[in-house]
Design a protein around this ligand. Structure first.
Ligand SMILES: *Cc1c(COP(=O)(O)O)cnc(C)c1O
Length: 351
């Protein structure tokens, strides 16, 4: 089955092979080397000198890590879809005072809205979902961060479905925590995540009380100084990630980002010709496309027919089911895979 769903994505045989590398102890010199290599390679991918934490969890765990370590009182969540909305729920579940700055689903959160909200009330931090996977909207990260910096708030960025598919200059943009899991644009099997963490975020965590145990930045930092993790990490994922990062640099980061954009442009042209794009113009995601079902087709039927041909796409997320459908073009997928998918969809839908 070829997966065109926005996570998990297909995993290349070379990566599957790296996953079955014989296990090593996590308190050994070999592990120290693996850990240090991953640090350097992820810093290169994210254009940052910040340290990268590698706790074993999915990205949801890192949502919680941001809140537990860095938010004492209040945080502003930018919400325009299911994922950003869930992150807000995490803050509430952690007992924090969390406000929502909402934009209609399908619309982007605009920097002017952020500027206004930050002027009206004081917050410690802001949570931004870069690519809202439920609606296919890519929020204007740079402009939103500029507004955030004018108010000195800490910045947390969920780059789960954009990191490794789109350029994110963590240091130039000034992101305190930039997080992602590996089953989206990284092209690894699910079960692992990473985040770059700024000195300011580590400093804030050091003073924080009641920050839980598993995701304590101070503990992660302490072990990181010896190239280790406090508990046993998913070592197979680390071997696979190392391999995948090598493959990314072999392709060239700029080429990789350009390939993602090329697939996105192809999808957008097709969607505009036969249906319409769900996201507001100018804010379409580069790693996935959310198509508005203007022809009122049965999306589940299309999904079933495609399955028979060995391809999987996604229905709309939550309330957008049947009203939209989503096609991911990330990780190791190539332009020819998208062309093949579109050809099959045209055939099935008799377009
Ligand atoms: C998939 C996704 C998540 C959830 O990630 P998990 O690794 O499943 O915890 C969070 N945010 C966005 C934008 C996503 O696309």
């Amino acid at each position: 089955m070829k997966l065109f769903i926005p996570g998990p994505v297909n995993v290349d045989p070379e990566i599957l092979k790296a996953l079955s590398t014989p296990v090593i102890g996590h308190r050994t010199e070999e592990f120290h080397q693996l850990f240090a290599t991953l640090q350097a390679k992820l810093q290169k991918l994210l254009f940052t000198e910040n340290r990268i934490i590698l706790p074993t969890s999915s990205a949801t765990g890192l949502w919680e890590a941001c809140i537990l370590n860095c938010v004492e009182k209040s945080i502003l969540h930018l919400v325009n879809g299911s994922f950003s909305s869930k992150w807000h729920e995490v803050s509430l579940a952690c007992g924090r005072q969390a406000d929502k700055l909402e934009a209609e689903w399908g619309k982007a959160v605009k920097p002017e809205m952020v500027e206004k909200a930050l002027r009206e009330k004081q917050y410690e931090a802001i949570a931004i979902t870069h690519n809202e996977t439920s609606t296919g909207v890519m929020n204007p990260l740079e402009e939103i961060l500029e507004a955030a910096h004018r108010h000195g708030v800490m910045t947390f960025v969920d780059a789960v479905s954009s990191m490794a598919g789109v350029r994110i200059d963590v240091d130039r943009l000034g992101i305190d925590v930039c997080l992602a899991s590996v089953q989206k644009a990284f092209g690894l099997p699910p079960g692992f995540a990473m985040a770059s963490v700024s000195e300011r975020a580590f400093e804030k965590s050091r003073k924080m009380r009641n920050k839980g145990y598993y995701f304590d930045f101070s503990a992660l930092l302490k072990y990181m100084e010896k190239s280790e993790t406090p508990s046993t990490p998913s070592i197979p994922h680390m071997f696979a990630l190392d391999k995948q990062l090598d493959r990314m640099f072999a392709e060239g980061l700029e080429n990789r980002f350009a390939r993602h954009l090329e697939m996105a442009m192809l999808m957008r042209t097709w969607a505009s010709e036969h249906f319409a794009l769900f996201p507001e113009k100018g804010y379409e995601s580069v790693t996935m496309t959310c198509i508005k079902n203007t022809k009122n087709i049965s999306v589940s039927n299309l999904i079933n027919e495609l399955r028979k041909r060995g391809m999987v796409i996604s229905n709309g997320y939550g309330p957008l089911m049947e009203k939209t459908f989503r096609i991911a073009h990330m990780a190791d997928l190539q332009v020819k895979d998208i062309q093949e998918l579109l050809g099959n969809m045209e055939d099935i839908l008799k377009l």
